[in-house]
Design a protein around this ligand. Structure first.
Ligand SMILES: *Cc1c(COP(=O)(O)O)cnc(C)c1O
Length: 383
């Protein structure tokens, strides 16, 4: 996006659409999807909507032939509104109300996840319609977002839970796991694949027939803004998957990797003050808005002031709310910024807008859709 959008474009967009903005580049979504699909050629990718549940992302990925990973009724509504066929969707929330199961079934999504006996019970009334994935937990202390703490049975519980489903006449199509988000390397994926392969082999010996392995999400991006070597990252995963029989279907649930590089934040300086030896800038977006991932997602986004020039000063970039925790960066060297000056944040497509609040009544940033692959036509729609 950076090559196509020059600093002056940001100014123009803010003049036209106001501030703060999030610029969503459909070309970046496409590029990320294709890169991961090429790195995992035998794996069917189900985009997890959670990091950026936006119709533009869904429609681009639908065109690309992607599948989708849903977890809530709102996510069901979103894919349905975009005309996604339910057969291309799986519902992966391990904990559901009966009404959630019925909502997804009414749409036509029939694949669900369980990880304990009580959750399995909930499928008894629908046992002729549903196919389940058993989520297994592989705790990962190496990631800041450890998704195996909250969900998943232990590997030891897996076989008994598969047998329990069989005894109740509920079909289990396979195993799934999520080793945590933004993982530093694929080691944990590989360990989990190997462990699941052993569980599946034991299950086959008992006459059970799980035929799917879902390797979850976790695929990382470069939060410095560079190109991430996803092919290199996935090489050990490809090797581990190759040890499974070809008849086993492999699927994944990438979220962050698809959406993170696709959005750029543009916010404006509302006010400034000299406090101590620093210049404080108060922006119209902050930690309660698009930058909330700095709290919840443990990520620091690259920020810049592409239109400002001059000597650098020790500065603070603060959000707009009256809360003192609302500081984006303290001790950043910046040129002197005038009121109205723009601040740009990159790699802000995942776990940003999705989890932003309107605390203090500061509205969430508006998303503008563009397609940087379409020469001469940058702005396509406003959302
Ligand atoms: C959040 C989530 C994902 C996406 O994870 P990323 O790390 O963003 O790729 C996939 N599957 C499930 C079940 C999730 O909860």
């Amino acid at each position: 996006m950076n090559e196509t959008l020059v600093a002056q474009d940001y100014r123009q967009l803010v003049e036209q659409f106001g501030s703060p903005l999030l610029l969503l580049d459909k070309a970046a979504v496409r590029k990320q999807y294709r890169a991961l699909a090429a790195a995992l050629p035998d794996v069917r990718l189900h985009y997890a909507l959670k990091p950026l549940p936006h119709e533009a992302v869904v429609s681009v990925l639908k065109e690309e032939g992607a599948c989708f990973d849903l977890a809530t009724n709102g996510e069901v509504d979103l894919v349905r509104s975009q005309g996604v066929r339910p057969g291309r969707c799986i519902h992966t929330h391990p904990i559901k109300r009966d009404s959630d199961i019925r909502y997804a079934l009414e749409y036509g999504c029939t694949v669900f996840v369980y990880d304990n006996p009580l959750e399995l019970e909930k499928f008894l009334p629908y046992k002729d319609e549903v196919k389940l994935l058993l989520r297994v937990s592989f705790p990962n202390p190496e990631t800041k977002v450890d998704l195996s703490k909250k969900f998943g049975c232990t590997p030891e519980q897996a076989l008994p839970l598969l047998q329990l489903a069989h005894a109740k006449g509920i079909k289990v199509m396979g195993l799934s796991f999520h080793v945590g988000s933004q993982v530093p390397h694929a080691r944990r994926h590989v360990q989990a694949i190997d462990a699941c392969r052993e569980i599946m082999e034991q299950a086959w010996e008992l006459g059970l027939k799980p035929w799917v392995l879902d390797i979850g999400g976790g695929f990382p991006v470069d939060y410095e803004g560079g190109e991430f070597d996803i092919d290199g990252f996935c090489a050990p995963i490809r090797e581990a998957l190759a040890k499974l029989p070809a008849t086993v279907q492999k699927i994944a649930e990438p979220g962050r990797f698809i959406s993170a590089p696709a959005m750029t934040s543009v916010s404006s300086v509302m006010g400034k003050a000299h406090r101590g030896d620093k210049i404080w800038y108060y922006l119209d977006d902050g930690l309660y808005g698009s930058y909330n991932g700095q709290l919840y997602d443990h990520v620091t986004y690259p920020v810049s002031t592409p239109l400002a020039r001059g000597e650098l000063h020790n500065s603070v970039l603060s959000g707009p709310t009256c809360d003192s925790v609302d500081v984006i960066r303290d001790g950043i060297m910046l040129p002197d910024l005038a009121i109205g000056e723009l601040v740009v944040g990159r790699v802000m497509g995942a776990y940003t807008w999705a989890s932003a609040s309107t605390f203090n009544f500061f509205p969430k940033a508006n998303i503008l859709i563009l397609d940087s692959s379409q020469k001469g036509q940058k702005m396509v729609a406003v959302a």
